[in-house]
Design a protein around this ligand. Structure first.
Ligand SMILES: [Fe+2]
Length: 328
């Protein structure tokens, strides 16, 4: 719990009430003080006075909830004012307690805020699970007419996660990348069958049609307010870009390629190399790693390749086999 009140006697009283019930408490005396505490630690509930020396407790609640939506806030005020209470709820507070308060009023308020927050988090998890499942099913629909296998799609997204993790991206970003990357080839639904399913080498014209899958995927996924779909659109659009500008569809170079695109490119190629294709048997992990490493700096981002190498070497024994030349 974070108690925010500039009146030491009230802050102390709240602290005693909460600690007696077993809650851990920290205190802050101003908006600035509270924001610092919120940045330093995670709090389940913040109980804040409305009038603080350096600003409004309502603004504090608004900013704090925007920064950490997992936290519930309660507002305490000396004013028994419905309009003020209404404003407090509208900026994101769960309750409004009027001074002077009893211990029970505070505890009931805190328990209400905690259970409300738990229900909201459960609902959010369910929604997240539903969208992840939608993506898996959408990817399965694409697979049905794609040359990629389900195993490749799962493997590729696992490597995206492992690389992002190795690069030190925040855990939530790594998870988002794992959930978004299975849609990288969704644009293949727009590639004609005679090109997509052609067993032999593609003509220049056919290759051009095939390469359109990146742009088509982007058009299918773009424009959403969902962060997941937004990331999926970026990956679909940029997973065939290459560091030296030799990729498609836009021939982006170096840092023009978003980091997620650079990660997806390495994960996609590496995983594909370790799977059988009609025109070549699979490479061992060690050989596939060597092929990707050979293109470090020309096609692939060096840091991304290093992260893949570190993660593969740590997590799995690399089967060694005689070196083969990459197939077509
Ligand atoms: Fe692709």
């Amino acid at each position: 719990m974070l108690v925010v009140d500039d009146d030491p006697s009230i802050a102390r009283l709240l602290e005693i009430i909460l600690k007696r019930e077993g809650y851990e408490c920290a205190c802050a005396q101003s908006v600035g003080d509270a924001m610092r505490s919120l940045r330093e630690g995670a709090f389940d509930v913040m109980v804040s006075d409305v009038r603080l020396p350096d600003g409004s407790g309502l603004d504090l609640v608004e900013a704090a909830v925007a920064e950490d939506s997992r936290m519930a806030a309660l507002v305490i005020s000396g004013l028994d004012d419905v309009a003020l209470a209404d404003r407090a709820l509208r900026v994101g507070a769960y309750g409004y307690i009027v001074k002077p308060f009893s211990a029970n009023e505070v505890l009931v308020g805190v328990m209400g805020a905690l259970s409300h927050r738990r229900r909201e988090l459960d609902a959010r998890d369910e929604l997240r699970e539903a969208s992840a499942e939608t993506i898996r099913r959408l990817s399965a629909a694409v697979e049905a007419r794609d040359t990629n296998t389900a195993a490749h799609i799962i493997g590729m997204s696992d490597f995206c996660f492992a690389i992002a993790n190795e690069l030190g991206l925040p855990p939530e970003r790594c998870e988002l990348l794992r959930a978004a990357s299975p849609m990288h080839d969704v644009g293949k639904v727009g590639v004609p069958d005679h090109v997509l399913l052609k067993p032999g080498t593609l003509t220049a014209g056919e290759r051009e049609l095939m390469e359109q899958h990146a742009e088509i995927g982007y058009r299918i996924l773009t424009g959403s307010r969902s962060e997941l779909l937004h990331l999926a659109a970026t990956i679909a659009w940029t997973h065939h870009e290459r560091l030296d500008g030799s990729g498609y569809p836009r021939g982006l170079k170096g840092s023009e390629i978003p980091q997620e695109g650079r990660i997806a490119a390495v994960a996609d190629v590496f995983d594909a190399l370790t799977r059988d294709r009609v025109y070549r048997p699979r490479f061992s992990r060690g050989d596939a790693l060597q092929i990707v490493t050979d293109a470090r700096e020309s096609a692939f981002d060096p840091d991304t390749v290093d992260a893949l190498v570190a993660s593969v070497e740590r997590d799995g024994a690399i089967a060694s086999s005689p070196r083969r030349q990459p197939g077509p």
